[in-house]
Design a binder for this molecule. Structure first.
Ligand code: 4NP
Length: 154
């Protein structure tokens, strides 16, 4: 079996999806899982930008350096390169599904659907709020990351 490839997608690829990527990379490494991981945004606003400083600080608190990540936009190839694509919110999910080529192979779902009891919920966008929003984002994406590792390990 080829190794699973997971793509996390938000709007700008500077706040939520880089944290989801970091949380999942850490959880997968701890579990000894061989995976490919990346993140992208549905919008083009932040192509080439590092993550938001508040995301960098949040990841650092959890021992992960995401400074070197660079924002990119979701592209057609992603729908065949990745086994799973996870959207942070319903709007991302709609935009991802709309951009999907008709012959795509990726499974596309909402990230928090991974957590029993949280199906249909969104990882709220912390961009316009205070720092506490980023701590909450971390809690949500890391809970989903643990659930995904468990599922892929099973
Ligand atoms: P993200 O947050 O989708 O979690 O990366 C946002 C980042 C930037 C913008 C909106 C949301 N923006 O409007 O520039």
């Amino acid at each position: 079996m080829t190794k699973p490839a997971i793509l996390f997608v938000c709007l700008g690829n500077i706040c939520r999806s880089p944290l989801a990527e970091a949380a999942f990379r850490k959880a997968a490494e701890a579990a000894g899982l061989d995976v490919e991981v990346d993140s992208a945004g549905t919008a083009a606003y932040h192509i080439g930008s590092p993550p938001d400083p508040r995301s960098i600080a949040t990841a650092r608190e959890h021992g992960i350096d995401i400074f070197a990540l660079s924002g990119r936009q979701l592209e057609a190839d992603d729908f065949t390169r990745f086994t799973y694509i996870f959207a942070m919110d319903h709007e991302n999910l709609r935009n991802i599904r709309r951009a999907a080529p008709s012959d795509h192979s990726a499974e596309i779902n909402l990230l928090l659907d991974l957590i029993p009891g949280h199906e249909g919920r969104e990882v709220d966008d912390p961009y316009y709020g205070g720092d506490d929003g980023f701590a909450r984002t971390w809690d949500e994406v890391s809970a989903a990351a643990e659930a995904l590792v468990k599922r892929l390990s099973g």
